[in-house]
Design a protein around this ligand. Sequence first.
Ligand SMILES: C[S@@+](CC[C@H](N)C(=O)[O-])C[C@H]1O[C@@H](n2cnc3c(N)ncnc32)[C@H](O)[C@@H]1O
Length: 304
Amino acid sequence: MSTTRLDKWVKRNYSSDKSAMFGPPMNREVLNKQFLKWIGSKQRLAREIISYMPKRYGTYIEPFLGGGAVLGALSPQVGIAGDVLKPLIELWVMLKEKPETLVKYYTVKWREYIKNRLETYLQVRSTYNASPNPLDLLFLSRTCYGGVIRFTKEGQISTPIGPHTPIPPAAFENRVKLWSRAVQGTRFLHADFQETMDLAKEGDVVYCDPPYLYSQSIVYGAQSFSINRLWKSIERCVENGTKVMLSIDGSKKSGHVKLYLDKPADLFKREIRMRVGKSMLRRFQKRGLTMTGEDVEDRLLLTW
Ligand SMILES: C[S@@+](CC[C@H](N)C(=O)[O-])C[C@H]1O[C@@H](n2cnc3c(N)ncnc32)[C@H](O)[C@@H]1O
């Protein structure tokens, strides 16, 4: 390939970020256009995380899917993605199989919302809480405070309404189309991470983004998460010849609180520190207060 052609190819397939020169190609259209707002979303880090993946892999596996920022940016040809939250997985299946249903519902609710914000928000939240379902979850994720979908112990969403105006239906439809295309090769599982990771074979890549150990024990399905079980699943993957990447809390409060992570010796071969910026969860908890000293750093651990 001539230098100019190579330059053009690099420009087309990769961002201007040097780290993104490595790893598999990314779906640049999806990178900056979130489908779901989700607490702990890796949207800002997806590009960097993917740059550390092997260029070639068999199946891409994501056992803690949430808002699926890395899945979307990677748009794998063959993928498996799981999460313990049932309506969330139902939403991903709808995105893949019936994207027009999402657009229709969003459009109707958005119009009601524009006329009567709080009443519409509270109505959607109570419908969801009475009977958890993918469509209401989607609307709440786009309208709740800071995108922090937060569950009580009883599984009820408790987040108040956000101050922002949710994106208009036409922009939402555009995102749904992009994301629906991005997940056509992915199979979605309502499953505990262990079940999803047990499907990994030699040559596959698993990306784990478990609930933040330090701050997320109160949100979503975190109650069912155990780091010791995760170590065992990762060990099994490594024995099978699967490469595993793990995102984990680095430090909070701009490095003043170092997080304790008791991982088995030798399980990981590399550790990369990534600066995330301000934590959305802390932003939510400290509404109206200063965010100085609330910087978050993430770590990416690699088993190869
Ligand atoms: C940090 S979030 C993932 C965020 C995601 N990377 C993104 O970009 O939006 C963690 C996810 O793990 C899920 N989860 C919690 N416990 C789990 C378990 N035992 N098995 C599978 N998923 C679990 C939660 O429902 C949540 O969606």
